[in-house]
Design a protein around this ligand. Sequence first.
Ligand code: NAI
Ligand code: SOE
Length: 382
Amino acid sequence: MVDVVRIGLVGCGFMGKAHSLSYRNLEAVHWPKLPRIELTRVADAIESVAREGAERYGWQSAVDDWRSVTRGTDIDLVDIVTPNDLHAEAAIDAAEHGKFVLCEKPLANSLEAAQRMYDAVAKAGVGNQVNFVFRKWPAVVLAKRLIDDGHIGAVTRFRGWYFVEDALDANQPVGWRFDKTRAGSGSIGDIGSHVIDLARYLAGDLSAVLARLETVVPVRPVRGSSKVLRVAVDDAADILLRFASGASGSIQTGWAAAGHRNDIGFEVAGDEGAIRFGWERANELEWYRAGAQDGLSGFQTIVVGPDHPGGDLLWPAAGLGLGYGDAFLISLGDAVNAAAGSAVSAPSFLDGLRVCEVTDAALRSADTGTWISLPARSHTGA
Ligand code: NAI
Ligand code: SOE
């Protein structure tokens, strides 16, 4: 294990802030289980954004060319937090220069690009992680543990959703997320990718999907321009799922969903019980055990705290509440430990590729109106 991990960040917008704040606190939070961290370089296509990011978050240098991060001989871990269309080029370059690569979700804006990214890290033999933060969340890891330990029996159904209302206002100017060439898809890739990852994490690989997509607002104003965008991505998606295990389920997404501020959640039903979770009550997990015939059965609420996986990183007492930034402290800590050689990273680019396979199949299904089977290899994790 190395004793210092030197980090380079590509992109300094919303996620640039989330990741930078985490890096600043990682050593203290994971103490003494993490190597020393150096915030070596930040790149942003807009030089002033990179410079301000460096000053604000403590990066040692700022550049506008991402290659001086992916090729920097003074950098061990390259963290890519740009819009989806740059993920592949930057990640492949970083892998070819021997870096550990952490990349934001979705892994890429197309299945073809995601496959190239996976091939590049596999060929270079470098560590890799895709930042599906919600599967790192204490209540979600606890859900996985309950399922794996048989506390709901055999999984029969998964129902997942991610609704936000960010795009409810048709007149509010939009950015790259609504541009199909940059993002690849709409709500299904942007927020749905998180739920597809949770479906795989909790209930195993998928074998087929049937999807219906909807663009609620066909023309939107473009941020920073007088132009309008003819929207070619989905505002909402409904996907029926078949799992390789024989279980079934559904995922719904929508980013113009009135009343839903950041509502990602799931229900997993088994033949002996069920589990449910929703981010708007992120510190709680609900668990139901079937069978009691006393008229008193129902879901029990478990409030997460130091007894639960990841919950031990912050506060010594239960119920104080963890928040959004804490999810990144957990996820990025795992990446740094993996880059230092003391852990295997998860979720990996292979998981990111599998999610892109599902998204791509759902997009094709919506075009054809038919069920689309996923390649058998995606059931094996290989
Ligand atoms: P953003 O638009 O806020 O920031 C992106 C930044 O990248 C901007 O500062 C932009 O100038 C910069 N950039 C664009 N092209 C670049 C280039 N060629 N070289 C260097 N910098 C470049 O976007 P946001 O919200 O930070 O999203 C970034 C990524 O993070 C996306 O892939 C998104 O899907 C993902 N994301 C993940 C979340 C999670 O929960 N894990 C939450 C939000 C976003
Ligand atoms: C929306 O609320 C959001 O933050 C998106 O902007 C992200 O892309 C998604 O990863 C999480 O939710």
